[in-house]
Write a protein that binds this ligand. Structure first.
Ligand SMILES: *Cc1c(COP(=O)(O)O)cnc(C)c1O
Length: 233
């Protein structure tokens, strides 16, 4: 086996068993938690290695890179997720090309994704990204505007609201992120109750904090560095 293949398979195996362990410790079923392998900045050949090992769900953050990689790997039945900040002018490249868009945070963006999805005759699954720390420069809808945005999204026939996503401030350790994860779960439960809907997904937790995210109810963890190694900056 090539070195890269060995390294990726070892990291992947370790992450999978850590996820299982965290789930069991939290009294949850391991198969309730989906691993989104975040392959941004890493080559299509890395994705191919994990695909051959049975993994299907990959996340990308940059439209151009994501589209190029998915075209290169179009023969493989990969479930691509878009997880990065999305500019309005790029919405048309995303709708219909990703199984799930994690980062919808404005009615303008939702409207553009909807328009394209309707034109294509598809339903685009989305999550609403919440800026739960209220950080000025971060993307994400404020807690205050969340219900409004959810109600708007529910009116769009081209969009299917699946849940919430968050990206807490960077701390580098799992415990510091926990209050944000707990808050996201509370917001999801409140939306479900107030709007009378069911939201299956909570996308939260990355390399440094996925264990506490799982303990707080994550159904999707987005993990890059822990699997693929450091990204070139
Ligand atoms: C890059 C990225 C990740 C993965 O981060 P790691 O710390 O490398 O696991 C997860 N979510 C989003 C939104 C990202 O942009």
């Amino acid at each position: 086996m090539e070195n890269r293949e060995k390294e990726l398979l070892r990291n992947y195996g370790e992450v999978k068993s850590e996820i299982d362990r965290a789930a069991e410790k939290a009294g949850r079923k391991p198969d309730e938690i989906q691993l989104v392998a975040v392959s941004k900045f890493h080559p299509a050949s890395d994705v191919e290695i994990l695909f051959k090992a049975g993994h299907r769900v990959f996340g990308e953050s940059y439209v151009q890179e994501a589209v190029a990689k998915s075209e290169e790997l179009s023969a493989l039945d990969i479930e691509w997720h878009f997880i990065g900040g999305l500019q309005s002018k790029k919405a048309k490249y995303v709708a219909g090309n990703f199984s799930l868009v994690h980062s919808v945070d404005s009615s303008k963006l939702a409207g553009l994704l909807n328009k394209k999805a309707v034109a294509l005759g598809v339903k685009q699954n989305i999550l609403l990204q919440v800026n739960s720390a209220g950080e000025e420069q971060k993307s994400g809808v404020s807690e205050k505007m969340l219900q409004n945005l959810a109600e708007e999204v529910m009116e769009f026939e081209g969009l299917e609201l699946q849940g919430l996503m968050c990206l807490p401030p960077f701390f580098g350790d799992s415990e510091s992120s926990r209050p944000y994860f707990r808050r996201l779960r509370e917001l999801k439960e409140k939306l479900e109750k107030d709007l009378g809907i069911s939201l299956p997904h909570l996308s939260m937790g990355m390399t440094d904090d996925y264990v506490s995210a799982i303990e707080e109810g994550a159904t999707m963890v987005r993990i890059g560095t822990r699997i693929f190694g450091k990204r070139p900056v």
